[in-house]
Design a protein around this ligand. Structure first.
Ligand SMILES: C[S@@+](CC[C@H](N)C(=O)[O-])C[C@H]1O[C@@H](n2cnc3c(N)ncnc32)[C@H](O)[C@@H]1O
Length: 352
């Protein structure tokens, strides 16, 4: 046990893999397992629970700014736990299914690249295209596309100051694997982007990874995407979903999710498919939640491996407590029922 870990344990904050934390995670897993059993097979539309993905603003005005505060947390913390090649802050793809148990065979770095390969394949990315990386985080997908396809052009949109500062300082300024003139970045909410910033029919492809959780009106989002997408252009969304309709997590305010992501939603797998008014729904895939469980477990492990450098300069006692709870809660949300209740959905739409 290093010095920071010892001090934190004395304050009741238990490290990754400790008996106390494992006990807490077991309890949470039991709780989620019970909840999922209760709602197993529930196909009720979200409207039955007073929620709609067809009304209002793209993201609720009252929570829009704070909903992305989480991404402006201390940069050093993200540096410590995310994969060091792309700094992806969404599920890595280990290829896990409920039957497989080969989660330890590949690194987080490789599993993030596997996710990008899968996204590129499903979005039918071709060299020479113009692609929107919508909600681009630290720019991982943009970096992957720009360094894999020599003639691709990418636009990243993301309101987070911390994440876009990383893109400007680390990606645009120093990256040798692609020509930065093929990349454009807007530090803005997509909701505010109009024709004077991005003209109509501009993109061949739009990909969003981890964005729909922040979106309240998916229909309006699709309308906005449709404006900037060329005819026959494709849009691929990737987001966390529950397989059945589980009322408690439809709205973050009803659960501890709201402490981290106010205004967020976890949509049932079938919900995004309903949004065919502006873009035609084409295909979808459910990705087993053990992929996200493993990703979070790796992040959690790396966070604690770096704790001596993080605590207390970059992460106060309160922050360590918050992050620790966050990792444990999220992990135990994905692990029950062998990853079949909570996972990720991918949705392909085409502009006709
Ligand atoms: C879970 S993170 C995923 C980041 C990145 N796509 C990745 O896979 O690492 C969600 C991202 O969406 C961005 N975001 C949230 N609401 C947005 C909006 N309305 N317009 C554009 N970006 C948004 C956040 O700032 C954040 O960068």
């Amino acid at each position: 046990m290093n010095k920071a870990e010892k001090q934190l344990t004395e304050q009741g904050i238990y490290s990754y893999g400790s008996n106390e934390l494992l006990k807490f995670e077991k309890q949470m897993e039991k709780y989620f397992t019970r909840e999922y059993k209760r709602w197993h097979g529930n196909n009720e539309p979200v409207e039955s629970y007073g929620v709609s993905s067809f009304h209002g603003e793209i993201a609720k005005k009252e929570t829009r700014e704070v909903s992305v505060d989480h991404y402006d947390e201390e940069y050093q913390v993200y540096l410590a736990f995310l994969d060091n090649q792309h700094m992806a802050y969404t599920m890595a793809y280990y290829g896990a299914t409920s039957e497989s148990s080969e989660l330890d065979d590949i690194t987080l770095e490789q599993a993030q690249i596997n996710k990008y390969k899968l996204l590129a394949e499903r979005a039918d990315i071709q060299d020479g295209q113009t692609v929107l990386d919508l909600g681009c985080g630290f720019g991982g997908l943009s970096k992957y596309l720009l360094s894999t396809y020599p003639n691709i052009h990418v636009v990243g949109i993301n309101p987070s100051e911390v994440q876009t500062r990383h893109i400007k300082n680390q990606l645009i300024a120093t990256e040798k694997s692609f020509d930065a003139s093929r990349f454009k970045l807007f530090t803005e909410f997509f909701d505010d982007i109009e024709a004077d910033t991005i003209e109509d029919d501009y993109f061949d492809r739009v990909i969003s990874v981890g964005l729909l959780e922040h979106v309240s009106n998916i229909d309006l989002l699709q309308k906005k995407i449709s404006r900037v997408l060329k005819v026959n252009g494709k849009c691929l969304h990737h987001c966390i979903v529950s397989f059945d309709t589980i009322p408690n997590y439809l709205n973050s305010e009803n659960s501890q999710m709201g402490d981290y992501y106010p205004g967020a939603h976890i949509w049932p797998f079938n919900e995004p498919k309903r949004h065919s008014t502006y873009l035609e729904y084409s295909n979808s895939w459910f990705i087993n939640g053990l992929n996200y469980w493993k990703t979070l477990d790796e992040w959690h492990k790396r966070f604690w491996l770096a704790i001596d450098q993080l605590y207390p300069e970059s992460a106060s006692l309160e922050k360590v407590k918050d992050w620790n709870k966050y990792f444990s809660l999220c992990k135990t949300m994905f692990s029950p029922n062998n990853g079949k209740s909570y996972g990720n959905g991918q949705y392909l739409f085409i502009k006709k």
